[in-house]
Design a binder for this molecule. Structure first.
Ligand code: ZN
Length: 101
């Protein structure tokens, strides 16, 4: 059985920290926006979709926030206002969150 090697760092995949580094390098911005019919959406932007699987991330966020959502143009959009919750979850996952607002 051959071990899978990460083609970025050359380490076995189970030792690879490329994903962790990629997360730390992302400066994520969490905002809310008004959508049709006065509905609020939570937008997660600033994540490089080449480094992070946004579909996987949105799945995780959707289950954590128990809401629906989509991925579009490198932006994860969740239905409803989950700003604080999303920030908490992303922080725990190791993302750097944009300060301010
Ligand atoms: Zn690696």
């Amino acid at each position: 059985m051959s071990k899978q090697i990460c083609d970025k760092c050359g380490l076995p995949v189970d030792l690879c920290i490329c994903k962790e580094i990629a997360k730390e390098q992302q400066v994520v911005n969490v905002t809310t926006a008004k959508r049709r019919f006065g509905k609020i959406a939570t937008l997660i932007t600033g994540i490089d979709e080449k480094e992070v699987d946004l579909k996987e991330l949105s799945k995780e966020l959707k289950s954590k926030c128990a809401c629906g959502g989509t991925v579009k143009d490198g932006c994860v959009e969740l239905q409803g206002n989950h700003r604080e919750e999303v920030k908490k979850v992303l922080g725990v996952m190791g993302y750097t969150l944009e300060e301010g607002e």
